[in-house]
Design a protein around this ligand. Structure first.
Ligand SMILES: [Zn+2]
Length: 221
Protein backbone atom coordinates (compact mmCIF):
# COMPACT_ATOMS: atom_id res chain seq x y z
CA UNK A 1 0.00 0.00 0.00
CA UNK A 2 1.27 3.49 -0.83
CA UNK A 3 2.50 5.52 2.10
CA UNK A 4 2.47 9.03 3.48
CA UNK A 5 5.43 10.01 5.60
CA UNK A 6 4.71 12.76 8.12
CA UNK A 7 7.67 15.18 8.33
CA UNK A 8 7.04 17.32 11.41
CA UNK A 9 9.56 20.15 11.71
CA UNK A 10 10.87 22.30 14.55
CA UNK A 11 10.58 20.18 17.71
CA UNK A 12 12.54 21.86 20.53
CA UNK A 13 11.68 19.54 23.46
CA UNK A 14 10.75 22.46 25.72
CA UNK A 15 7.23 22.91 27.10
CA UNK A 16 4.83 23.33 24.20
CA UNK A 17 1.11 22.54 24.33
CA UNK A 18 0.89 22.39 20.55
CA UNK A 19 3.52 19.70 20.26
CA UNK A 20 1.87 17.85 23.12
CA UNK A 21 -1.48 17.94 21.32
CA UNK A 22 0.15 16.76 18.11
CA UNK A 23 2.00 13.89 19.84
CA UNK A 24 -1.24 12.76 21.53
CA UNK A 25 -3.04 12.98 18.19
CA UNK A 26 -0.40 10.65 16.67
CA UNK A 27 -0.96 8.22 19.53
CA UNK A 28 -4.75 8.40 19.06
CA UNK A 29 -4.53 7.66 15.32
CA UNK A 30 -1.57 5.28 15.70
CA UNK A 31 0.57 7.40 13.36
CA UNK A 32 4.33 7.29 12.91
CA UNK A 33 6.06 10.63 12.31
CA UNK A 34 9.55 11.83 11.44
CA UNK A 35 10.22 14.69 13.84
CA UNK A 36 12.85 17.37 13.15
CA UNK A 37 14.70 18.27 16.37
CA UNK A 38 16.29 21.69 16.99
CA UNK A 39 18.80 21.24 19.82
CA UNK A 40 19.90 24.77 20.77
CA UNK A 41 17.14 25.53 23.28
CA UNK A 42 17.73 22.53 25.54
CA UNK A 43 21.45 22.57 24.65
CA UNK A 44 21.57 26.16 25.91
CA UNK A 45 20.02 25.25 29.25
CA UNK A 46 16.25 25.55 28.71
CA UNK A 47 14.42 22.80 30.64
CA UNK A 48 13.07 19.90 28.64
CA UNK A 49 9.40 19.01 29.09
CA UNK A 50 9.40 15.54 30.61
CA UNK A 51 5.87 14.61 29.54
CA UNK A 52 6.57 15.61 25.95
CA UNK A 53 9.93 13.91 25.97
CA UNK A 54 8.40 10.70 27.26
CA UNK A 55 5.93 10.70 24.36
CA UNK A 56 8.64 11.50 21.84
CA UNK A 57 10.63 8.49 22.93
CA UNK A 58 7.89 6.22 21.58
CA UNK A 59 9.16 4.19 18.61
CA UNK A 60 6.48 5.75 16.40
CA UNK A 61 8.52 8.97 16.36
CA UNK A 62 11.74 8.98 14.37
CA UNK A 63 13.74 12.01 15.48
CA UNK A 64 15.97 13.62 12.83
CA UNK A 65 18.60 16.35 13.11
CA UNK A 66 17.13 19.75 12.16
CA UNK A 67 20.07 21.97 13.23
CA UNK A 68 21.17 23.56 16.48
CA UNK A 69 19.70 27.04 16.09
CA UNK A 70 17.52 27.26 12.93
CA UNK A 71 18.30 30.83 11.83
CA UNK A 72 18.00 32.86 8.64
CA UNK A 73 19.57 36.31 8.19
CA UNK A 74 18.45 39.22 6.03
CA UNK A 75 20.61 37.97 3.15
CA UNK A 76 18.97 34.53 3.15
CA UNK A 77 21.91 32.75 4.81
CA UNK A 78 20.84 29.90 7.06
CA UNK A 79 22.54 27.39 9.37
CA UNK A 80 23.36 25.23 6.35
CA UNK A 81 23.60 27.81 3.61
CA UNK A 82 26.53 30.19 4.08
CA UNK A 83 28.57 28.94 7.08
CA UNK A 84 31.90 27.18 6.57
CA UNK A 85 32.14 23.42 6.38
CA UNK A 86 33.68 23.36 9.88
CA UNK A 87 30.80 25.39 11.32
CA UNK A 88 28.20 23.19 9.67
CA UNK A 89 29.96 20.05 10.86
CA UNK A 90 30.10 21.42 14.43
CA UNK A 91 26.37 22.20 14.22
CA UNK A 92 25.55 18.63 13.14
CA UNK A 93 27.73 17.09 15.84
CA UNK A 94 26.35 19.33 18.63
CA UNK A 95 22.76 18.55 17.68
CA UNK A 96 23.49 14.81 17.54
CA UNK A 97 25.02 15.01 20.98
CA UNK A 98 22.11 16.88 22.63
CA UNK A 99 19.57 14.57 20.95
CA UNK A 100 21.41 11.43 22.09
CA UNK A 101 21.57 12.66 25.64
CA UNK A 102 17.92 13.67 25.71
CA UNK A 103 16.32 10.83 23.77
CA UNK A 104 18.73 7.99 24.34
CA UNK A 105 19.48 7.47 20.64
CA UNK A 106 21.23 9.60 18.03
CA UNK A 107 19.11 10.84 15.10
CA UNK A 108 19.45 8.75 11.94
CA UNK A 109 18.19 11.48 9.65
CA UNK A 110 19.04 15.06 8.74
CA UNK A 111 17.09 17.97 7.25
CA UNK A 112 18.34 21.56 6.95
CA UNK A 113 16.19 24.51 8.11
CA UNK A 114 14.10 26.04 5.31
CA UNK A 115 15.20 23.04 3.19
CA UNK A 116 18.27 25.11 2.25
CA UNK A 117 21.79 23.71 1.99
CA UNK A 118 25.05 24.37 0.12
CA UNK A 119 28.16 22.47 -0.95
CA UNK A 120 29.63 22.80 2.58
CA UNK A 121 26.64 20.84 3.88
CA UNK A 122 27.44 17.97 1.53
CA UNK A 123 31.11 18.07 2.60
CA UNK A 124 30.12 18.11 6.29
CA UNK A 125 27.69 15.22 5.78
CA UNK A 126 30.44 13.22 4.09
CA UNK A 127 32.50 13.50 7.29
CA UNK A 128 29.85 11.96 9.53
CA UNK A 129 28.53 8.44 9.22
CA UNK A 130 25.59 8.74 11.60
CA UNK A 131 22.86 9.36 9.03
CA UNK A 132 20.85 6.90 6.99
CA UNK A 133 18.53 9.43 5.36
CA UNK A 134 18.19 13.13 4.64
CA UNK A 135 15.39 15.38 3.49
CA UNK A 136 16.03 17.28 0.30
CA UNK A 137 19.78 16.97 0.08
CA UNK A 138 21.44 16.34 -3.29
CA UNK A 139 22.79 12.88 -3.93
CA UNK A 140 25.32 11.59 -1.41
CA UNK A 141 26.62 8.05 -1.59
CA UNK A 142 25.12 5.82 1.08
CA UNK A 143 22.48 8.34 2.12
CA UNK A 144 18.82 7.93 1.25
CA UNK A 145 17.72 11.39 0.12
CA UNK A 146 14.04 12.29 -0.05
CA UNK A 147 13.62 15.14 -2.55
CA UNK A 148 11.41 18.16 -2.00
CA UNK A 149 9.55 17.19 -5.16
CA UNK A 150 7.88 14.51 -3.02
CA UNK A 151 6.69 16.97 -0.36
CA UNK A 152 3.00 17.85 -0.25
CA UNK A 153 2.61 21.38 1.07
CA UNK A 154 -0.27 21.99 3.44
CA UNK A 155 0.59 25.40 4.82
CA UNK A 156 -0.36 28.14 2.40
CA UNK A 157 1.15 31.66 2.48
CA UNK A 158 -2.20 32.97 3.68
CA UNK A 159 -2.43 30.77 6.76
CA UNK A 160 1.17 30.96 8.00
CA UNK A 161 2.25 27.63 9.40
CA UNK A 162 -1.25 26.50 10.26
CA UNK A 163 -2.47 23.21 8.84
CA UNK A 164 -4.82 23.81 5.92
CA UNK A 165 -7.05 20.83 5.15
CA UNK A 166 -8.00 22.06 1.69
CA UNK A 167 -4.35 22.72 0.71
CA UNK A 168 -3.28 19.34 2.11
CA UNK A 169 -5.95 17.48 0.13
CA UNK A 170 -5.32 19.47 -3.08
CA UNK A 171 -1.55 19.04 -2.88
CA UNK A 172 -1.81 15.33 -2.07
CA UNK A 173 -3.86 14.63 -5.19
CA UNK A 174 -0.96 14.66 -7.65
CA UNK A 175 0.71 11.88 -5.64
CA UNK A 176 -2.47 9.98 -4.85
CA UNK A 177 -3.49 9.83 -8.51
CA UNK A 178 -0.24 7.99 -9.23
CA UNK A 179 -0.43 5.93 -5.99
CA UNK A 180 3.12 6.95 -5.05
CA UNK A 181 4.63 7.49 -1.60
CA UNK A 182 4.96 11.11 -0.53
CA UNK A 183 5.88 13.35 2.40
CA UNK A 184 3.47 15.60 4.28
CA UNK A 185 5.54 18.48 5.66
CA UNK A 186 4.02 20.13 8.73
CA UNK A 187 4.98 22.46 11.61
CA UNK A 188 2.67 21.37 14.44
CA UNK A 189 4.48 23.26 17.18
CA UNK A 190 4.59 26.67 15.56
CA UNK A 191 1.11 27.98 14.96
CA UNK A 192 -1.22 25.02 15.16
CA UNK A 193 -4.37 25.82 17.09
CA UNK A 194 -6.93 23.28 18.20
CA UNK A 195 -8.73 23.62 14.89
CA UNK A 196 -5.55 22.51 13.06
CA UNK A 197 -5.54 19.26 15.02
CA UNK A 198 -9.16 18.70 14.01
CA UNK A 199 -8.33 19.41 10.36
CA UNK A 200 -5.26 17.20 10.52
CA UNK A 201 -7.33 14.34 12.00
CA UNK A 202 -9.79 14.82 9.15
CA UNK A 203 -6.89 14.59 6.66
CA UNK A 204 -5.71 11.35 8.29
CA UNK A 205 -9.18 9.84 7.80
CA UNK A 206 -9.29 11.13 4.21
CA UNK A 207 -5.88 9.63 3.40
CA UNK A 208 -6.80 6.25 4.89
CA UNK A 209 -10.12 6.23 3.01
CA UNK A 210 -8.12 6.97 -0.18
CA UNK A 211 -6.15 3.77 0.28
CA UNK A 212 -3.02 5.25 1.88
CA UNK A 213 -1.31 4.29 5.07
CA UNK A 214 1.11 6.28 7.19
CA UNK A 215 4.63 4.93 7.23
CA UNK A 216 8.17 5.72 8.28
CA UNK A 217 10.97 7.08 6.12
CA UNK A 218 12.46 3.61 6.15
CA UNK A 219 9.34 2.17 4.46
CA UNK A 220 9.56 4.64 1.61
CA UNK A 221 10.19 3.17 -1.82
ZN1 LIG B 1 12.39 24.06 10.34
Amino acid sequence: MAKIIIKADDFRATSNDRWLRFALCCVEHNLPAAVGFIAGDVGGGAPADEELLCLMKQPRFDIWNHSYVHERDQYGNTDFCGPTMEEQLANIVKTQSVASELLGTAPKGFGPPYNKFDCNTLKALEKVDCFEYAFDIGYLSGLRSIPKALFAECEGPKNGRKFGLEAAINNSKKFMLRRVDFVLQIHPGNHWEEDCIRQFSHYVRYAKASGYEFGSVFDMC
